[in-house]
Design a protein around this ligand. Sequence first.
Ligand SMILES: [Cu+2]
Length: 559
Amino acid sequence: MTLSDLDRRTLLRATGAAMLLGAGWPAGASQPLFAQGGAALSGEEITLTLSKGHLPIDGKPAAAIAINGSVPGPTLRLKQGQQLRLTVINELDEDASLHWHGLLLPFQMDGVPGVSFPGIPPRGRFTYEFPVTQSGTYWYHSHSGFQELMGAYGAIVIEPAEGMPAAEQVLVLSDHAFVHPAHILHNLKQDSDYYNRQPSTLQGLLQGQGKPLAERLGWAKMRMDPGDISDVSGAVLRYLVNGHGPQEGWNALFTPGQPLRLRVINAAGMSFFNLRIPGLPLEVIAADGQDVRPVSVDELQIGPGETYDLRVTPPDSRAYAFVAESADRSGMARATLAPAAGMKAEFPPLRPRPLLTMKDMGMDMPKGSSMKMTMRDGSLAPQVAMGPGVDMISAMPMDRTGDPGVGLDGLGHRVLTYHDLLALNPMPDTRAPEREVEVHLTGSMERYMWSMDGKTMRSAHDPLPFRTGERVRVTLVNDTMMAHPIHLHGHLFDLVTGQGLHAPRKHTVTVQPGGKASFDVTPEPGDWAFHCHLFLHMAMGMMRVAQVRPAKDMQVHPA
Ligand SMILES: [Cu+2]
């Protein structure tokens, strides 16, 4: 079963199983307690084994899937230019896979069941083999079932062919529930507001908080909630740093006055994080593994699937709080950076919950204009299959790559946007795009349905066709009120942000609610997964296959 194949029957079956299993699977002598954070593995031959057990989160065991007995799995420390043979052993009772997120490789080694290979059957194994051509911070994760949401992920750090290693730490951020992900999905299908425990409706209305009354009534009429930032929240998730829950936290040492590189990976299945270290500027030096001109900020948002390398130079001999606050501010992952073991940092309280704006609905319109009329006008996006799974078409989608993310405007300190990112090296393919492809990110929040162009992965087997080596612009239009981190496998694309030859190169781009984002890309041959990195959105169908073929073999599908 691939995650994208989760149709209704599979879902019901999985949910039934999850219900029977309660918290996932029973704790017992046969179920090992996993380690928090993995050892480093290097070399040309690496073996990774997936197995089930329990992860202690703040002392309480949660059903989990580990790689080599830890969550996260081992950190793969590689060298640019080396060969790599990765043998993956599946000790689970279901099909498994591992995908190397952000790595450029032959598509047969990319690890997506049903797209690039058949998957790894229970008690089977698969050997991936490819050259390591790039350097930087990446990660790997399962692309099967709910395994990633349950802990099947780890970091990849690739040292450049030349260059001295400096002091560094890897921070794998994630989210983990004490209930099975199928149970969460089941609850969302019944009530998409299930984990949005403080809807900004009656109580806030009575207290006169938040939005003005007229606007509130408008939102109510559309049966939407401006507080709907995340569909899965701290009500059910615990936010982890390197497998450590927020009460326990994770600790790292630094030498005062010396620069320290933090390789931050967002491996969360369902959460955006806002990162900051109160009292310490963050110098962004790489995004998605690619060097950028250093830019100093006080805070930045990281979407699921993205990585950022941050350089910090703590001046004082005191403990600093690394805060990864979930974007809906329902919880935080915590790390302490200190010059000596045992020091405690002061963590700030969660900030007030942000609210969505009209801009997040793709309608930055003057007051008094009618919202209802333009909420679902299919003529604005002819390729979108209008059906019950599409409850909105952005009327006026704006390029929002210059926005810092929901709730991060007007904080009074510097917050990173994609516009601040400039690639250190100019882009390798400087051709102007020959054509443009528009892909709509669509959904129905109420029905918890997610799709691209109104079609789910399951309903639309026709892939998105590309020609090998063409230069193409892909524009993503977000017709929903949630941010979606969209990931293209096996490629680095050049984000269109007005930076010319120094456009930032990425593998994952967050498209803000009601907004749009464009990238230019030179497609590599093969079949590549292209999907939202919120795993439950992908499971419900926000995924397509980018099919790249030589021009002579192109089959153009009618729209
Ligand atoms: Cu999504």
